[in-house]
Design a binder for this molecule. Sequence first.
Ligand code: ARG
Length: 576
Amino acid sequence: MAQTFAEQLKTSLNEALTRTTFASDLPAGFSAEIEQVQNRQFGDYQSNAAMILAKHLKRNPREVAAEISEVFEGGDLCGRPEIAGPGFVNFRLSTKALTERFGELLDDSERLGVDKTASPRTIVLDFSAPNVAKPMHVGHIRSTILGDGLGRIAKFLGHRVISDNHIGDWGTQFGMILWGWKNLLDQAALESDPIPELLRVYREVNARTKEDESLLEICKAELVALQGGDAENLAIWERCVALSKTGLQKIYDLLDVSFDHWYGESYYNDRLAPLVDNLISTGIAEVSEGAVCVFFRDNEKLADKPAIIRKSDGGFLYATTDLATIDFRIEEFKADAIWYVVGTPQQLHFEQIFAIVKRRGQNADLRHIAFGSILGKDRKMLKTRSGDTVQLADVLAESVVRARAIIEEKNPELPEEEKREIAEIIGIGSVKYAELSQFRMTDYIFDWDTMLSLKGNTAPYLINAYVRTRAIFRKLGSPFEAGGTITLTADAENELILKLAQFAEIVPTVLEDFRPNALASYLYEVATTYHKFWEACPVLREEGDVRYTRLALCELTGRVLRCGLGLLGIRTTEKM
Ligand code: ARG
């Protein structure tokens, strides 16, 4: 695919700079940047290069801009750039350029102009990672949705993505679960729906230990027996993990999320002792008050925060497992990068781990992709009415029920089977979109009415926009047929095709700072721009090239919405 408009303009602009009178005075390595313009009154793209250069050259920015405009050669792409405001250089694409790109995009039905990266990497994506038999908290909801979206986008851009669900299957919670399993378990409940039953048992034991300290000791003994290889406890543990995985898998199926691997924490058990020995012998870790620690004495931020990797009682920690996991991922998967989609409370943990990895001379690119909280309408941590942690499965179920009500109202005639399918698409899509349309660091308020609204930046609005692009072909009685002549005749068409062409500019930027919300905002703009086009430009009433062009715009809008939502893990439906 040809370069994007932004790339082409950038190349031409930088070439133009070499023809200015100040070409020899440019700062070393200077490269002018191009930006999309939101308000098209002033052009389609702009550059602030003249303002930056004017400062450097001690000249008037508008004069510098004028000189750049003078020597700029836009060819077929655009005419003479205009100078605006304090010294912006503004570019307006020619109808010819838009028409050509339109044709290219129509032919590129899979990628829609998005090139694969020239430098593909092997990325291990560590996300979701709930703890077995413990409540999956809201943090896991965010991690699951965000991680899945980022993985889809990275794959689409040509990276090799290996997803690994690093479940907490070896934590101290098993002390309580083992005792609860032996004393409180309701077998029938376990068989019909394991996760809630395991959770009930865990909560019950947890509550009892608060009142009865001796029980805590008994639970600890169960844990020690498990870690020591006690056959009965190991068998219970295995069942517990297996049941949990089955329960989790159901949720992932509903979410359309999948993992290449589920190497849980327990997978690394045998690797922990040798790893700690290695860290001691290489001088990275040292024994301190009976425990083994890594100190970061020359790191201002971590100077008083050593990482403990073996407790004085010989037990290993979360950090030890993560270090062993990194070794494994580098050796086994040849990981160039590891992305951890884990909430901000674990920031210190990852800073410590990453510092140790650096000291060991391992050069994988490690990223902690942190995120904020989900709040209730009261702006406090999201809780159920009874004060418990909100469960992902419950959220999804309720969302589907609420989506169903919307469909009943909007389209009561649809057959039952379709209603059910659409409710699921919209219900699940809404929960995902509420997450992905926010910048990940923002704490966002979980509000059913907002996220299921047919208006505003929501999944139902975007899916509905997609449905509208499809409805026209149903009315026409046949699918889109390529091969006609594109003739752009209205500004609303130019605006829409420009927007659609920018898909290729937006998608790669998502990975720069892990912001799927940039893609979400873009899709919302596509939908609103389409709406404007729809109001301004009749389609089926027209004939010939104009009609063909407008049908093609509907088709292409549909493809971009569908592909873009797909990259966020959101499905579309033909009707709603
Ligand atoms: N199980 C952990 C938790 O629930 C998250 C694990 C994240 N991944 C990792 N490699 N540490 O908090």
